[in-house]
Design a protein around this ligand. Structure first.
Ligand code: PMP
Length: 340
């Protein structure tokens, strides 16, 4: 019999998929790691599992305890999945601007969801800072204790990628990989894969793809943390160098506007059958730009972070797209003209 002992054993070992259009367009092999196939449907399941396991190992998380986290959604969904599977309570603090689909997935998944207004990190009411205070409060009150997952500065996050995603990519490409690129939320995915892959072969180029409103492009391109503009993408963009991002060996940086990333998610759906969210659009746009810089014949890997269905009410909603001055694809706007 081939049976996974628990849902947690199905995290990782995701397929690597050739993105045919992007590959043909550039003369490179552009490959996407299908992280939306994790049980919580995003790349963040890996970090969630590693953070919880580490807290179990160091004794800070005890049976019946509570895990508190501030998240744009996907880490919370991963943490909640792991919490339910291992008998913990999950308390998730999230900015109210994030998609309803992610909020619903959290509530239905068993999290206690607390929504807060979206304010910058330096404001004490920022979702990350609220989650830290709440964890301290619950730890003092609850006899079973509580931990703060702290995905931004808890390096168990990037360890998950050093120990799993990076080695999977290396094996799946038989070591024939020339470039790796993705965007940054906590930086765990970028730094973890970059550290592992450069360790295997220092010639592998590492790229970062960054949306407007984030400081990461400016940091690697110009050495400052200025952030300008805004983006409809969720889960990515960062204004500081987190502990997870610290020391990431980045060679190339690209700023990807929504007008470039969002049309790509529609192409991926209609031409490849891949339903992905906005951050994946940024990643694939970055991979295409990197392919143009490296030239034809190279193999470039990026991350397919989460499902498009998680953004049905936003990125796949014509009214939302129009309100953000983004092109509405023809097929999204019309009903099928089939008589029954
Ligand atoms: N894409 C999506 C949709 C996400 O939710 C996240 C995590 N916030 C990322 C990309 C970025 O991953 P990381 O936190 O590892 O930088």
């Amino acid at each position: 019999m081939q049976v996974a002992p628990s849902v947690l054993d199905t995290i990782g070992n995701t397929p690597l998929i050739r993105l045919n259009r992007a590959s043909e367009l550039t003369g490179c092999e552009i490959l996407g790691k299908a992280e939306f196939l994790n049980p919580g449907q995003s790349v963040k399941d890996r970090a969630a599992l590693w953070i919880v396991r580490q807290a179990e190992r160091d004794g800070s998380l005890r049976p019946g305890g509570t895990i508190v986290e501030g998240t744009a959604g996907n880490t919370g969904i991963g943490i909640t999945l792991v919490a339910m599977a291992r008998g913990y309570r999950s308390v998730i603090v999230m900015p109210d601007t994030q998609s309803e689909e992610k909020k619903q997935a959290l509530r239905l998944g068993g999290a206690d969801l607390i929504e807060v207004p979206a304010v910058p990190y330096k404001n004490p009411n920022n979702y990350v800072r609220v989650s830290e205070r709440l964890a301290r409060h619950l730890a003092a009150k609850d006899p079973n204790g509580a931990i703060w997952a702290n995905q931004f500065d808890n390096t168990a996050n990037r360890e998950a990628h050093i120990e799993t995603t990076g080695p999977e990519i290396w094996e799946q490409t038989d070591g024939r990989i020339d470039g790796f690129i993705c965007s940054v939320g906590t930086g765990g995915t970028l730094a973890g894969n970059a550290i592992y892959l450069k360790g295997q072969n220092p010639a592998i180029k590492i790229g970062v793809a960054d949306p407007p409103g984030s400081a990461i492009y400016n940091w690697y391109a110009h050495g400052n943390l200025k952030a300008e503009g805004s983006s409809v993408t969720e889960g990515i963009g960062q204004g500081r160098i987190t502990a997870n991002l610290e020391g990431a060996p980045v060679d190339l940086a690209y700023e990807i506007p929504d007008s470039e990333s969002i049309p790509l998610i529609f192409d991926l759906l209609r031409e490849e059958g891949l339903s992905v969210g906005g951050s994946t659009g940024v990643n694939v746009a970055g991979a295409i730009r990197m392919a143009r810089d490296l030239g034809p014949g190279h193999t470039i890997v990026t991350i397919l972070c989460d499902y498009g269905t998680r953004y049905a009410s936003k990125l796949f909603n014509p009214e939302f797209l129009r309100s953000k001055d983004l092109l509405v694809p023809d097929w999204l706007d019309r009903r099928p003209d089939i008589e029954i």
